[in-house]
Design a protein around this ligand. Structure first.
Ligand SMILES: Nc1nc2c(ncn2[C@@H]2O[C@H](COP(=O)(O)OP(=O)(O)OP(=O)(O)O)[C@@H](O)[C@H]2O)c(=O)[nH]1
Length: 304
């Protein structure tokens, strides 16, 4: 008789758009030597940028896009869970990245399915941006619901904030999400996130604020300076942009472009792959069509 397979431990990573979820998962993958990890990525847009940003040498990455796993992708999630159960050798852990507008508590309920065990919910909070988003007209309910859904909160981007700012955000988090421990994003802390985190099962359900998305692709090279200038001047409604581009100055390399909080970052990500196209996704808040906030210059850069 074969013994029943050990349940796969499930850790859910949530947090608002750009809070640092993919970065955290990459740190987890880098620090978890000898542990077999599968990753499920739910990108909010129709082009899969997050799946390309997961740096795994051997972790199996499965993607779900064009919707949010917490509300309208349950068939897709069920099928991905089956694929994980069928993996041989079986993974020890599955880490699920919820989309930046998703409700981590709803996704964590998948851990109650046969073959899985709930490890807990980590919610990333960007020290430089979380309070602003938690007070924004369109994002407040989403962000506050995400924070309350955490078994632990991870304060990200502390090295770009002052100590005083981090202290204030920690105190504020204790009020917004009472009883949820706040950890820092140090490597030692990250190493512990695959240990049981479980605090409680939450039945609270948060509704999404309205978020609309736009994406563009191009087979041409992209002028990075122009792109950076456009992104630094995006209207207030734009809360996130991310992309992978082939720049005019360095067409043999991939450049990752990120707008998160008030920062625009561009960095090298290895060789450009044959068959790739430059792509950019932008997310804005509110229920007005996103077309109104995409500048003509940005469209021109990402029109094939
Ligand atoms: N300085 C600093 N930058 C960070 C940290 N975590 C993330 N970032 C940067 O913040 C930006 C967004 O990080 P991601 O990890 O892609 O955020 P995300 O939550 O996965 O974003 P979405 O999937 O779009 O919601 C990137 O430019 C990261 O390099 C951190 O701890 N410190």
């Amino acid at each position: 008789m074969t013994s029943p397979a050990k349940p796969v431990s499930m850790t859910v990573v949530g947090g608002y758009l750009g809070a640092g979820k993919t970065t955290l998962i990459n740190s987890l993958l880098a620090s978890a030597e000898g542990v077999r990890i599968a990753v499920i990525v739910n990108d909010f847009g129709d082009i899969n940028i997050d799946a390309d940003l997961i740096k795994s040498r051997d972790a199996k990455t499965l993607e779900l896009s064009n919707g949010c796993i917490c509300c309208d992708l349950s068939d897709g999630m069920a099928s991905v869970m089956d694929q994980i159960r069928a993996l041989r050798p079986a993974p020890d852990h599955v880490v699920v990245e919820v989309s930046g507008v998703g409700d981590p508590a709803a996704v964590a309920r998948w851990a109650d399915h046969p073959g899985f065990r709930r490890n807990g919910v980590v919610v990333c909070a960007d020290v430089t941006d979380v309070r602003r988003r938690a007070e924004g007209r369109w994002s407040a309910d989403t962000v506050r619901g995400q924070l309350r859904a955490g078994d632990v909160l991870l304060l990200t981007k502390q090295e770009v904030a002052s100590e005083g700012e981090a202290r204030l955000v920690r105190a504020w988090l204790r009020e917004v999400a009472p009883g949820v421990p706040v950890l820092d994003g140090s490597l030692e802390t990250i190493g512990t996130l695959l240990d049981p985190l479980l605090r409680r099962g939450s039945d609270e359900r948060t509704e999404h604020a309205d978020h609309v998305r736009w994406s563009g692709t191009t087979g041409r090279t992209v002028e990075l300076t122009k792109l950076r200038t456009i992104l630094t001047r995006m209207p207030e409604r734009v809360v996130r942009a991310k992309g992978i581009v082939r720049s005019v100055d360095d067409p043999l390399r991939r450049t990752i472009v990120q707008l998160a909080g008030a920062r625009v970052d561009c960095y090298d990500d290895g060789e450009w792959q044959d068959g790739e196209v430059s792509r950019l996704a932008v997310i804005a808040i509110g229920d007005e069509p996103i077309d109104q906030v995409i500048p003509a210059g940005l469209r021109a850069l990402f029109t094939s």
